[in-house]
Design a binder for this molecule. Structure first.
Ligand code: UFG
Length: 338
């Protein structure tokens, strides 16, 4: 019988791409999502790509009783926990919501994992835990800086919770995956990022500008200490990221993990500046973007990119898709939305 994976937030951007890769790797999945920042159309997209019916339960993970019922009625082998509030700016306006949502959901899951003997979890973390690192590239041993946002702080607290839970109870088998900047979409353009309202992140803003939904892209700062003065990030194709989650689950179920709490950086290892991203988008899609340089955005780090040695060696995973594929697939997805 196929192993059964509970995917929380599976209708979301990274969750939906991971759901596809899990199904393609022979896993059975149940998706739970409260659809607060996603649409049920993502489930249809997953079904269309995989040709399989997906079990979907609309549920808010803060609802302990409803979640308990789900655990009581299913035998899960592992959980991939994506469900969380994720907008940096919003997290500064409604911090209590972010703390309650992002922390309570994880606590409820960990308690029920213990009660129902589901030891395995892969957790969706972020390079935001490192802040602006003193040394580049960022390794897993790079010290954390105080979080710049409430959102970032919830990810740090979530990792603290995982570490302490694993230390207190050797039954838990936990892996945190620290994503750098996930972008792009599935090659079929059946699933992709669905930002609510005006996008905060670079790529959806770029694609919406190209589509004429936004008039102009603002590039936040060209006076950073980087080769072209614009900020540098490690952009990673969402499908590469999704595949790393399947490998993390394989590792847990195959008992290949070396400690009951592990954490890995997931990036390409290559930094790209905002201007490089814009130029690549224009080149691969053969169009011109309307953009202007404006002041720096408060809270932005100058540059960050991953040292991916640990994920390469321990997980046997390496990002395969480059910036060209990221920009092509992001535009194909945007055009489908129009
Ligand atoms: N940028 C622009 N114009 C825009 C949007 C972004 O110039 O309209 C720039 C930003 O200043 C930054 C780069 O593009 O230099 C990337 O910005 P994003 O908002 O796409 O991504 P961030 O690196 O700021 O944020 C991402 C995730 C967060 C996470 C953070 C950790 O979106 O969830 O990385 O560093 F917290």
């Amino acid at each position: 019988m196929a192993n059964k994976i509970l995917v929380t937030g599976g209708a979301g951007y990274i969750g939906s791409h991971t759901a596809v890769e899990l199904i393609n790797s022979g896993y059975e999945i149940t998706i739970v999502d409260d659809l607060s920042n996603s649409k049920e159309s993502a489930i249809a997209g997953i079904e269309k790509i995989t040709g399989q019916k997906v079990e979907f339960v609309k549920l808010d993970l803060r609802d302990y009783d409803a979640l308990k019922e789900l655990f009581a009625n299913n035998k899960f082998d592992a959980i991939i926990h994506f469900a969380a509030s994720k907008a940096v700016g919003e997290s500064m306006q409604i911090p209590l919501h972010y703390y309650r949502n992002n922390i309570q959901c994880l606590l409820n899951l960990l308690e029920l994992m213990d009660e129902y003997n589901v030891p395995n979890m892969a957790f969706s973390s972020s390079c935001t835990v490192y802040g602006q690192p003193d040394q580049l590239p960022v390794t897993e041993q790079t010290p954390f800086k105080p979080a710049e946002s409430t959102y970032g702080n919830t990810k740090k607290i979530n990792e603290d919770i995982l570490r302490d839970a694993a230390r207190s109870n050797e039954k838990y088998q936990l892996i945190a995956l620290r994503y750098f900047n996930p972008v792009g979409a599935h090659e079929t353009a059946e699933i992709g990022e669905l930002p609510l309202g005006v996008p905060n992140n670079l790529i959806p803003f770029v694609t919406q500008t190209a589509a004429g939904i936004r008039e102009q892209l603002s590039i936040f700062g060209d006076d950073y200490g980087t080769p072209d003065g614009t900020a540098v990030r490690d952009y990673i194709h969402v499908v590469d990221l999704a595949k790393a989650h399947v490998i993390a689950v394989d590792r847990l179920l195959g008992k290949k993990n070396k400690a009951n709490y592990e954490f890995f950086n997931l990036g390409t290892g290559k930094g790209s500046s905002v201007l490089e991203v814009v130029n690549t988008f224009e080149r691969v899609n053969d169009l011109k973007l309307n953009y202007k340089i404006v002041d720096r955005r408060a809270g932005d780090v100058e540059q960050t990119y991953a040292d991916t040695t640990l994920a390469n060696e321990e997980l046997g995973w390496k990002a395969e898709l480059g910036l060209d594929e990221m920009m092509k697939s992001a535009w194909a997805w945007q055009q489908k939305l129009n």
